[in-house]
Design a binder for this molecule. Structure first.
Ligand code: SIN
Length: 536
């Protein structure tokens, strides 16, 4: 299908679109993007824009599986209660109800689409994870769930008439008369810029772990989708809530690598260097406490002992069970000289999942007509201040389906939820930093966020970071290739996160302020950021 050659530079304005190129344009090719595309193509021509290859995404690394109330003795209501309690008062109850009640049907669709969920005695096996009151986590290939789902969806996309543009970065959304009408792109291989018009534009490019020095996310996770939406006038919400996974491998010579929570679900225990199991000191659920509790406990133990890691021990289980249940983790550790069937693995927390994102309603709609969002790029407040383990794959599936229905005009007009939220209409101009300041760059950014906007935060470090980031935003040259666009996007996201974290003067869920260590009832509200003017 042809497309107009209008936008010649990444920042150029599209004056008018001569024709409609696609009914649906989907940005991102993780599970959120692929699943939405497969549903959308039944209703019109569909284009996927992805900055790498189709299978080069964040979700394929998801080890922990997908939660749904399909087991005997489990119900969507129980799943809802666990989700609400992990979310620490900030979940949108309606969104959680949708997630947990529609979840089982979406699992049935995945089975139809060929996802090979693990079974035992002919029944789907259900695992346990932190803060779940029932075993309800489905896995595929042991700890390779994300990869199996991604591959099944990618195979269906490849067989379909969906057009896929790889190595293409979405750089700007064109908004005309208040409606999102087109996407400007940069081909990172040829340097060419182009533009595609669409009736419905869907942002599914989530994941921003590269904001931090230590992350379980791959290199592509640079928060492009949220930055793109925010620049086009979409509201973003809950940006201060970033989940740190407690147990990422911290082994000399090995990259940061997720050791799934499912290991603790199977009985793995966190120990200090002397072998003492320390989690019972911190929470009645011990190793299966909510993630924020476990991450902070580990950080505390590391600080007390002056060490870089604590230890995750699964060596008491039979080696054959460990190998068959966690083949990817076992192999990865073995390749780096560690046999987890015999010795504990050194672990430390790492940035894992962004609860905040482009504010959507439960039908995937943003505040910009024609613009939708799904997956980790979106925020319906279904995860609140802290996501329940293995709820994110389900989130992408459930809300993508509703998004496509609403694009067809099949959703009710929903009243604006979260009307108790605080709206920050414009990021404040911060006074420049006088002392020596790190220069803008990926490593400096990752250091800054890790130190100042990580597991433990305080007002003075957040304020200093906001000033540095603001200065970087003013001094960075206009982006013109993939690395410079990614850095620009990450600096913007870090700024949104730091400004929100500075505003929230309490500790709740994944957001912990040393200067406001308690939860405060008056803060049971969302922080929403927007900008009224779209910058050039
Ligand atoms: C894990 O396997 O521990 C990660 C799964 C998730 O984040 O939901």
């Amino acid at each position: 299908m042809g497309h107009p050659q209008i936008g010649t530079t990444p920042n150029s304005r599209l004056i008018s679109m001569p024709r409609l190129d696609y009914d649906y344009i989907i940005i991102g090719s993780g599970i959120a993007g692929l699943n939405t595309a497969l549903l959308a193509r039944e209703h019109g021509s569909t284009l996927i824009i992805t900055k790498g290859r189709v299978d080069d995404c964040n979700t394929r690394y998801a080890q922990g599986g997908i939660a749904a109330a399909i087991g005997t003795g489990d119900t969507p209501t129980l799943h809802m209660q666990d989700t609400l309690s992990a979310g620490a008062g900030l979940c949108d109850r309606n969104a959680v109800e949708v997630l947990t009640s529609e979840g089982p049907q979406r699992i049935a669709s995945l089975i139809q689409w060929g996802v090979p969920f693990d079974t035992m005695h002919g029944e789907i096996s259900l695992g346990m994870e932190g803060a779940h009151s029932r075993p309800r986590i489905l896995h595929a290939g042991g700890d390779a769930t994300g990869q199996h789902i991604e591959l099944a969806l990618a195979a269906r996309v490849a067989e379909s008439d969906i057009k896929v543009l790889e190595f293409t970065l979405a750089t700007r959304l064109v908004v005309e008369d208040g409606r999102a009408v087109a996407v400007e792109t940069l081909n990172s291989e040829t340097g060419e810029t182009e533009a595609y018009s669409g009736r419905s534009i869907i942002i599914g490019a989530g994941g921003a772990g590269q904001l931090y020095k230590y992350t379980t996310n791959p290199e592509v996770a640079t928060g492009d989708g949220v930055a793109l939406g925010f620049r086009a006038g979409a509201r973003v919400m809950d940006m201060e809530f970033y989940q740190f996974h407690p147990t990422a491998l911290r082994l000399k010579g090995a990259p940061t690598f997720l050791l799934s929570e499912a290991m603790r679900g199977e009985g793995a225990v966190l120990r200090d260097r002397d072998g003492r199991a320390f989690m019972p000191d911190y929470h009645p659920l011990a190793d299966l406490a909510p993630r924020d509790v476990v991450s902070r406990a580990i950080a505390r133990e590391m600080e007390k002992a002056g060490e870089e890691a604590v230890y995750l021990d699964i060596s008491h289980l039979p080696g054959s069970v460990v190998q068959s249940r966690f083949p990817t983790i076992y192999r990865f550790c073995k390749d780096h000289g560690l046999d987890i069937t015999r010795e504990p693995a050194p672990v430390a927390p790492a940035a894992h999942y962004m609860m905040g994102g482009i504010k959507i309603d439960t039908w995937g709609r943003t505040n910009v007509p024609g613009l939708y969002a799904c997956g980790e790029a979106a925020c319906s407040a279904v995860h609140g201040a802290n996501r329940l383990a293995s709820n994110s794959l389900l989130d992408t599936l459930v809300f993508a389906r509703r998004l496509v229905s609403s694009s067809l005009g099949q959703a009710p007009e929903e009243e604006e939820p979260h009307d108790d939220s605080i709206l920050i209409k414009r990021l404040p101009e911060r006074a420049p930093v006088c002392a020596t300041m790190p220069s803008p760059g990926l490593e400096n950014l990752q250091d800054l966020t890790w130190r100042n906007a990580g597991i433990n935060r305080n007002g003075s470090r957040l304020l200093l970071s906001a000033r540095i980031l603001n200065l970087w935003q003013r001094m960075m040259p206009a982006p013109d290739d993939r690395p410079s666009w990614e850095l620009t996007n990450m600096v913007l996201l870090a700024r949104l996160m730091v400004e929100s974290a500075l505003s929230r003067q309490e500790s709740r869920g994944s957001h912990f302020r040393e200067d406001f260590p308690e939860i405060r009832a008056e803060w049971e509200k969302h922080i929403v950021l927007t900008q009224e003017e779209v910058p050039a």
